[in-house]
Design a protein around this ligand. Sequence first.
Ligand code: HEC
Ligand code: HEC
Ligand code: HEC
Ligand code: HEC
Length: 390
Amino acid sequence: MKRILLINLLLSIFLAAPAAYGKERVLNVLYTGSLQGELEPCGCSPKTDFGGLARLSGYLKENKKKLSPNILIDAGNFSGEDTPQGRLKTETLLKAYGIIGYDAVAFGKREAVFREDFLSHVSKKNRIRAVYDSPHYTKSIMTKKDKLNIHLGTNPERYEKGKVNILLSDTDISDAETIKGWDVIILSSGEEIEEPLKANGTIIISGSQRGKKLGILTLRFDNAGNIKDYRHRWQPLGSDIREDKAVRSVLNDYDLRVARLFKEDIKPLTEAKYLGVEKCAECHQPFVESWKKTKHAGAFSSLERVGKSFDPECVICHAVGFGEGGFYNMEATPGLAGVQCEVCHGAGREHLPVMEKPLQPVTEPVCLKCHTKDRSPDFSYESYREKITH
Ligand code: HEC
Ligand code: HEC
Ligand code: HEC
Ligand code: HEC
């Protein structure tokens, strides 16, 4: 009796095995696209605190088994602007991509603005497998995963018969829907596609803008290697995900380099346009005392806490008059740190000689310069204004 059971058991394993391994092949297409230079979220609000390369890497490492077999692709438009800081960002991104181990990184319109030798140099240095529909570049690559022959291309006309064809493109959805012959198209246009679209037998997906989530398209193949069906889900990259230390250190290094970049060219203030809260306190002490109790007073400390007090992209909203003759850094202009009086009431220089002259009226648009949807999703003028009454 026991013997028969055992034979039955072995038999069923034997019979089940080919079904699981021989016929049904699976591939997880893990994709990003349209990162737009976002190395990590600013952390201005818990509601929008998603994304970041250290979390992405941490998630992939921690779920390696679960996600296997997979192919990891960036569909393009990842880089920063063509400015000194933007180039630092782009270098940092590609360094992180190298550590994370992307199978392919496509170049799109955002990448096209750089001098070509810059991107090719940085890509080579970080062993990035770049694909780009442009002369002097590899336009497509072949790779094998779980015995599947995969063709990753960037030229819409050039799909390869008999392969799993994945097109990486920065075109928009309506254009993508006219492209024929590909199994999957991954877009980096920044347009959001919640659930995959289907057009001409092609599955169309699009990378989450600014890398807030990782896309996971699971393809199932039949015996002949044709896609039988698919599933799709988004993995949000929230603060609950443990960061990868190696990528974190690359991001920290970026912060140091940004700080150095801006330390090198300290410009003396030509003319003090902003007076700073200490000056206002001479005549408006009670207002200053109650302002000190608002979060605006501590806005610069928030940046120091997260190591970003030298990053102009953050300082612009966390200090007075940055880039317009106001705050520069803590050494040069310590009195203008934080969201001070003059951010809302206007530069004080004109107020002092003629104090009766009305200052700029404080209205909602003044707040919205900083309380944008992404940074401050809960902002409502009424409730927020109440909180800063002074
Ligand atoms: C030397 C004293 C003095 C200093 C310094 C000073 N103020 Fe005033 N401020 C006044 C006086 C006096 C008034 C009232 C003017 C009036 O009678 O309308 C006033 C009025 C104001 C008002 C109301 C104006 C209006 O439109 O009704 C605001 C807002 C204000 N000050 C902000 C500031 C800020 C911000 C600073 C710092 C940059 C500052 N003040 C510095 C003396 C001062
Ligand atoms: C120069 C940019 C800037 C402007 C202009 C600005 N804010 Fe803010 N605000 C900030 C920053 C930065 C913080 C976050 C401070 C912190 O905690 O680090 C903040 C925080 C706040 C908070 C605290 C939110 C909380 O979590 O409790 C309130 C309320 C607020 N602002 C109201 C206003 C209102 C109302 C206006 C317009 C009258 C305004 N702010 C204009 C930058 C700005
Ligand atoms: C466009 C303006 C703007 C920029 C740029 C900006 N911030 Fe903020 N930040 C805000 C506002 C507004 C808040 C308050 C949001 C709220 O509570 O509604 C805030 C809040 C914060 C907070 C406080 C969150 C808390 O704990 O309460 C931190 C930390 C922060 N920002 C970091 C950064 C960093 C880092 C950068 C640059 C990468 C940055 N910010 C760029 C506007 C900005
Ligand atoms: C986030 C924006 C914001 C900041 C920062 C801010 N204020 Fe105000 N302040 C306002 C608003 C809004 C009012 C109400 C104005 C109104 O009702 O027209 C106001 C009112 C005032 C008034 C009274 C004006 C009047 O008409 O009675 C004074 C004086 C004043 N603020 C001074 C200051 C001083 C000094 C600081 C810095 C310590 C400061 N404010 C910081 C937004 C701000």
